[in-house]
Design a protein around this ligand. Sequence first.
Ligand SMILES: [Zn+2]
Length: 160
Amino acid sequence: MPKKRKRKRISRSNVSFLNEYSYEIKVGFLFVLGVFLLVEKLEIKHYIYTFVRGTLFLIGDMIQSLAGGMEFIIGTFEASDIVGIGLILISVFLVSKRWRERTIDRNSNLNDCPKCGGDFKRIHRTQYQRIQSLFWRVKIKHYECKDCSRTYMQMGENRK
Ligand SMILES: [Zn+2]
């Protein structure tokens, strides 16, 4: 394995770590709050019991009528559950949006090989990169260094 030589970075203290990830920490707090709202009142046994019972009832109801089943599902959620689920979904969305921006930021300024300064040639994207570009709606280019054969990914906004 070739010895990895990383570009020198300003050494990071705990403070700058907190600064960089303060957004994630805040959103993480939202996430935990959402989970807490969902589980605070529920004892696990009771939850499992309700779930099994609910499932059986649900199957019965769905056989009877789909509308009846839907009503049952809606009836089993309380307002705080819906708020909790909402907060979880929002925090997942916010974090993935931030990750997207950060990944674009880190991968958008490649002109030549950072390791050896060699020129790039375009190569086929991997399956994973294709999925990434669909999922995040970004433009991904895959490069290989002509000199040392290292590969790099360039990511940019998908705007036209
Ligand atoms: Zn290179």
